[in-house]
Write a protein that binds this ligand. Structure first.
Ligand code: ADP
Length: 324
């Protein structure tokens, strides 16, 4: 093992140990707000509530059974959009759909059901991470259960971003050991990248996200230079007010409607090292890194799940077979 490899493994092990002794409560701020949607809320109304509150997901609560009914995310709206375009005769019905109808929508278009995976807030953070990687969930609700009554309470939701930020802020001594470059550790995806141009339609980008099961599509020019990124969450303002026909507008138009607090896009090169990626995560609200070359041409995509997977599973062959 070279000194570089040795340090890298020391850093990774340090972070893994940290994740095993901390739990999900540790990641939460002392006080935070949680907006929970009732299962009977109209989908159309849920959109406005998300937009008004500047959030992109919410846990859903079934008040008839007093149980957690799953996490509503931009994927669910994308499912509704697919339904709308697959069954154009049912336009009137789409307006009347409630969150509880999402199950039927999923069945009708043949996709996986609303993510109901959750984790107990006092379980090790490592377990929450493992569960997220296994289910490909980008966020996971913390659900507590009263031993006596069996009643569930949704405490909060933690995202991959929050966990990586928590690692970055509390483990500088380990993250600085991660001196291997993105290229050396093969971090991210570099082949068959899904891209669109500014003049493609929003619907084109949505179809691509569904087809590749990805949450962002880089927008490039004719020379493959990176101009922007269209994200699954960008779909939400597009269908505000239930106007699904607005989806035929161009990506350029849709991106110009982004809210003022859009955190921006983050890029890196294949020569960048993991320690500097953790620096970026420590300082900024990063949801993915787009890999470019010296001339701004698109090379690859690094998702937060790629980073989390590497940090948790690299070198742990047996475990990765078990957890996928
Ligand atoms: P996350 O699961 O963190 O939300 P994505 O859904 O964007 O991230 O990415 C899932 C996987 O697909 C990752 O391994 C990532 O590298 C890859 N990926 C992301 N964007 C694209 C793209 N536009 N084309 C091809 N692969 C991508």
């Amino acid at each position: 093992l070279s000194p570089l490899d040795r340090d890298q493994m020391l850093g990774l092990r340090g972070i893994r140990e940290f994740l095993k002794v901390r739990n999900s409560y540790d990641v939460l701020p002392l006080s935070c707000r949680l907006i929970v949607f009732d299962n009977e809320l109209l989908i159309k109304k849920s959109l406005n509530i998300l937009i008004q509150n500047g959030i992109v997901s919410a846990p859903v609560w079934d008040s008839r059974t007093s149980t957690f009914a799953g996490l509503l995310t931009s994927t669910d709206y994308i499912n509704v959009i697919q339904y709308y375009f697959q069954f154009p005769d049912e336009i009137d019905q789409v307006d009347q759909f409630r969150l509880s109808s999402l199950r039927d929508i999923e069945k009708a278009i043949g996709v996986l059901p609303l993510e109901t995976v959750s984790v107990h807030p006092t379980r090790p953070l490592y377990e929450a991470c493992r569960r997220m990687l296994r289910t490909r969930a980008r966020r996971i609700p913390l659900v507590d259960k009263d031993d006596e009554t069996g009643r569930e309470t949704v405490i909060s939701v933690i995202t991959q971003y929050r966990i990586l930020k928590f690692i970055a802020v509390n483990n500088e001594k380990y993250t600085t050991l991660l001196k291997k470059s993105v290229r050396e550790i093969g971090l991210g995806t570099y082949n068959s990248l899904a891209t669109e141009t500014m003049s493609s339609s929003v619907l084109d980008a949505i179809h691509l996200m569904v087809k590749y099961n990805i949450s962002a599509v880089p927008i490039v020019d004719k020379q493959n230079r990176l101009l922007n990124v269209f994200e699954a969450v960008d779909v939400i303002p597009c269908i505000k007010g239930g106007d699904y026909d607005a989806l035929s507008s161009t990506i350029g138009e849709a991106l110009s409607k982004r809210s003022e607090d859009f955190p921006g896009i983050y890029t890196c090169t294949e020569e960048d090292r993991l320690d500097s990626i953790f620096d970026t995560i420590r300082k900024s609200r990063v949801h993915r890194l787009i890999v470019i070359d010296d001339e701004s041409r698109l090379r690859g995509m690094i998702s937060l799940s790629d980073i989390l997977k590497y940090v948790l599973l690299h070198g742990e062959e047996d475990d990765s077979i078990q957890y996928g």
